[in-house]
Design a protein around this ligand. Structure first.
Ligand code: ADP
Ligand code: MG
Length: 353
């Protein structure tokens, strides 16, 4: 049985369904990310797990403990759920030392002196804060303050860490470094992580599995690799990585043409039978397109930009634009030249998806 279980969880704010019939299973020790654009229901989901928000429908369980149930009218308060939590805002107590920031929740629990000192020291050592334990958190950088919040969460020795965009206030370099620190801490302590982010590369780098959400509704739950290489729908394809969508329409003989033009697709480029429809969206990644002299989709190079390691081409195809990215050492067409595009991994989606 999975460790954390959300069963048919729904949360409304007035007319808005922030979370809609969510079913979710998270394993012990797993790093699971909730990913999606702003307002899709990530924080609300995490707050319901934490116990800061009640449910309108459904149940949440962790192990053999029931945490929330609408039908059973049951609700365990946050302090009894025993989760570690870190949020985007730097939540440190400025009038307490770094050491006391970490020790304070343990004092509230009336933990014995020896264990309290041991746990606090361990957490401070693990987050590289032992050297500044007597100082004020106000003297630390943003990254330092987030380490204090992380140490405080570690000290309670949780089975589950709830992290809501914990790195998004940090500069990009530090953000990347702290991803690795979080992974190392997880390895050392063995807790599960539920990680909220709108940053797809962060979710990719950290997670065992990712759930992509849109308007409170789950779009896909899968490994980072599968989310990237087999997106369940157009929304997921678009949200993850760079994407091209060509609107195409059926000619009636099984072949397709680029919408609004007489640029036909190569005869080999047809959707799988179950996807066939009068109008479709043909999706591709800029990095998964080759230039070809034979049998490609015909276009004309409109722009060619040097981006460092890659060259980014914008190719006009029957009035629509397809981006292609190639290594800077590869030969490619110049602006104004005609070219053929070979899609290495075409994906077909409905227009309205
Ligand atoms: N306390 C609240 N009162 C009213 N609406 C809320 C409240 N919290 C969240 N919402 C709404 O619920 C939806 C989901 O919000 P949220 O979970 O914060 O999204 P995310 O974390 O993915 O950005 C949004 O439409 C948001 O405006
Ligand atoms: Mg949020």
């Amino acid at each position: 049985m999975s460790y954390v279980r959300l069963i048919n969880v729904t949360k409304r704010f007035g007319m808005v369904k922030a979370v809609d019939s969510l079913n979710l299973n998270i394993e012990r020790g797993e790093c699971f990310s909730l990913l999606g654009p702003s307002g899709c229901g990530k924080t609300t989901t995490l707050r319901m797990v934490a116990g800061f928000e009640d449910l309108d429908e459904g149940e949440i369980h962790v192990g053999d403990r029931l945490l929330s149930s609408k039908a059973k009218n049951f609700y365990l308060p946050p302090e009894k759920r025993h989760f570690g939590m870190v949020f985007q805002a730097f939540a440190v107590w400025p009038h307490l030392s770094v050491y006391e920031n970490v020790a304070f929740p343990l004092r509230i629990q009336r933990m014995g002196k020896a264990e309290l000192e041991q746990r606090t020291k361990d957490a401070l050592l693990s987050t590289n804060l032992w050297g500044v334990a007597d100082g004020s958190p106000e003297d630390l950088s943003g990254g330092g303050k987030q380490r204090v919040a992380l140490a405080r969460a570690l000290a309670i020795n949780p089975d589950v860490m709830l992290l809501d965009e914990p790195l998004s206030s940090l500069d990009p370099h530090l953000r990347e470094e702290m991803r690795f620190e979080i992974k190392d801490l997880q390895k050392k302590y063995g807790f599960a992580i539920i990680y909220v982010t709108h940053d797809q590369s962060e979710a990719m780098a950290l997670s065992d599995r990712i759930m992509v959400m849109k308007s409170g509704v789950v779009q896909q739950i899968d490994s980072p690799l599968n989310i990237y290489s087999s997106p369940a729908n157009k929304f997921v394809f678009n949200f993850i990585g760079l994407s091209n969508f060509l609107d195409v329409s059926a000619l009636g003989n099984g072949q397709y043409t680029v919408e609004g033009s007489n640029t036909s697709l190569p005869t080999s480029l047809v959707p799988p039978r179950e996807k066939a429809a009068p109008k479709l969206s043909l999706a591709s990644r800029p990095s998964e397109i080759d230039f070809t002299t034979e049998g490609g989709i015909l276009g004309t190079v409109r722009r060619k930009s040097f981006l460092g390691e890659v060259i980014d081409y914008q190719v006009d195809v029957g009035g629509q634009t397809v981006r292609v990215q190639k290594g800077r050492r590869e030969a490619g067409p110049n602006v104004g030249e005609a070219c053929g595009l070979h899609l290495l991994r075409p994906h077909w989606y409905g227009i309205e998806e």
